[in-house]
Design a protein around this ligand. Structure first.
Ligand code: HSE
Length: 307
């Protein structure tokens, strides 16, 4: 059995407008790389972090906390070293903490001979994600582990549904280079919602899921609306309304806040539309002082993988 593996842990888009805390999808060309190594020395040791300034102490590091959860449950006769090559900026809204949280447990699981299934891995990773967002949710973790679109049916007990990805669906994501902490962006949300808004939201989520199952792009387009979270969080994102208007005028099916922001996602049918959406996003932000990155990605149906 191998003693070391290198993995790619992908970025993800959570919420997808109407699916706050339950729906997410996996991206294919942006993610972190991690090396996980089995050692004689017991315990979890983070030995290298490149890309961003993050804590080396396992108990203070998202990848370390999920690794410790699995380690304590498994009690293996070895330890693990973790190297993190972080490409996803923390606080970007595209699942930076989730990529770290799933990377360590996925790698350890492979090195231990795969004792855990994907849902069990997600369960361990929730502990790491909770360190970053101060709350247990799995809508970035599940798509990173399962790939494609996932719906978190329940957190306790954890139940994850895999939703089909229409063949021609692409995501375009603009990441303004400002940081929004998930914990802060969660704290500003109302504790209660008006019944009429809840009705609109669950109608949209139900029809989005149906649209994904039937590859009905028009239904996907009609469903990508968020009447509950977006009105609050969009205030944190500079030029949000301009970006949204521009992408809808340039071929996007719909758009919204990616996770807790500041990234903004759009879904499009076909690569050409997704690239036009990239141009439209770029045009809006080029006229500002704010630096940004844009990713165009097919939906990644594979999820986290060994390199
Ligand atoms: N569902 C989460 C949120 C995703 O929007 O707060 C970000 O971690």
């Amino acid at each position: 059995m191998k003693n070391e593996i290198k993995i790619f842990s992908p970025a993800t888009v959570a919420n997808l407008a109407c699916g706050f805390d339950v729906l997410g999808c996996c991206l294919d060309n942006i993610g972190d790389e991690m090396i996980i190594r089995k050692t004689d020395k017991k315990g979890i040791h983070i030995t290298k972090i490149e890309g961003f300034d993050l804590p080396f102490e396992a108990e203070l590091n998202v990848a370390g906390v999920s690794a410790l959860a699995m380690y304590e449950a498994t009690k293996p006769d070895c330890g693990f070293e973790i190297e993190i090559y972080k490409n996803i900026k923390p606080g970007s809204g595209i699942g930076s903490s989730a990529a770290s949280a799933v990377g360590s447990v996925f790698g350890m699981n492979v090195l231990l001979g795969n004792p855990y299934n994907k849902t069990e891995l997600t369960q361990f990773a929730i502990k790491g994600e909770a360190l970053a967002s101060k709350c247990e949710h799995a809508d970035n973790l599940a798509p990173a582990i399962f790939g494609g679109f996932t719906l978190v049916k329940s957190i306790s007990p954890l139940e994850i549904l895999e939703i089909p990805s229409p063949e021609d669906l692409y995501a375009t994501i603009i990441h303004p280079q400002i940081e929004i902490k998930t914990s802060e962006s969660r704290a500003m949300l109302p504790k209660e919602v008006p019944l009429q808004d809840a009705i609109t939201q669950w109608s949209n989520l139900g029809s989005l899921i149906h649209g994904l199952h039937t590859s009905d792009y028009n239904l996907i387009k009609k469903s990508l609306h968020d009447v509950i979270v977006e009105p609050h969080r969009s205030k944190l994102i500079p030029h949000y309304n301009e970006v949204k208007k521009a992408v809808l005028q340039n071929g996007a099916l719909g758009a919204g806040i990616s996770g807790s922001g500041p990234s903004i996602f759009a879904l499009s049918k076909g690569l050409e539309n997704a690239k036009n959406v990239k141009e439209a996003m770029s045009k809006v932000y080029s006229e500002t002082e704010i630096k940004f990155e844009i990713h165009v990605s097919k939906i990644n149906t594979e999820g986290i993988k060994i390199l």
